[in-house]
Write a protein that binds this ligand. Sequence first.
Ligand code: NDP
Length: 283
Amino acid sequence: MAVILDGKALSAKFRQNIKEETSALKEKTGKAPGIAVILAGDDAASSVYVNSKEKAAIECGFYSVVERISADVTTSDVLKLVEKFNNDEKIHGILVQLPLPSACDEKTILRAIKAEKDVDGFHPYNVGLLNIGEDCLMPCTPFGVMNMMADYGIDIAGKNAVVVGRSNIVGKPIAAMLLKANATVTVCHSKTKDLSGVCAKADILVAAIGKAKFIKKEFVKDGAVVIDVGINRVDGKLCGDVDFEDVKDKCSYITPVPGGVGPMTITTLMQNTLKAFKFIEKL
Ligand code: NDP
């Protein structure tokens, strides 16, 4: 049986560290990291995520603002809010919860966020820095995965890493991070030929597909590290993109769903906000 990468426990440890550092910085400067979240519309899943983000921010000792606006907003309404937070000295991180209502131009809105406050790491400026291997604000889910592997002492340099999925929020950025950590990286997607054969060569296999229990044991090399980013709901229960029961005895490490990558994502958002605070306040 593989070692379970316990995102819940690790996340609690990281949050404690953030809380302590925040408290020390507050004492020194009289200022706290501030995060603003914009939630447009009443999507149930988005609402749950935003509540968890707000709770985490308060737990870490941050100043937290959530703007809940109606689903019939226009691009210019959201841009006005972004501009307000760009100019608010108490705010160091801005997050626009996706998906936005269909009338809103997501690209324009995400690009309006000041890059130094872009705690989701989606602004093209930060995406560019990540891809040239420079320090920047990085997308939370993949960065959380990297932090998790680092904490468990998983070696990445020289390993074959295969990422299934090429989205801008998970697949592409994690491929860039693994490359920066000196893995040999292959990115797969829906047009990849012989997917199971490619995956079976991976020392580190990352699944970010959005298809329940898609990765079976024939996709997994003996002793591989298996990272399951997927969140799917089947018969009311959460499961990942990896068939956990099928592969757990074949790999060396595996993330469970729930309790693996998911909890790390919000904690990494807090780390990014603290980082933005230190950068903006020159600490
Ligand atoms: P997207 O739908 O944006 O991307 C899915 C990717 O998987 C695409 O690149 C697609 O290929 C690829 N894909 C789909 N079907 C296949 C297939 N049969 N074979 C190979 N590749 C395939 O999803 P996201 O990246 O946004 O999310 C992926 C999963 O991660 C979801 O379950 C999501 O809920 C979860 N997630 C979890 C987070 C967390 O905090 N734990 C955060 C973000 C996402 P193509 O490009 O060719 O279409």
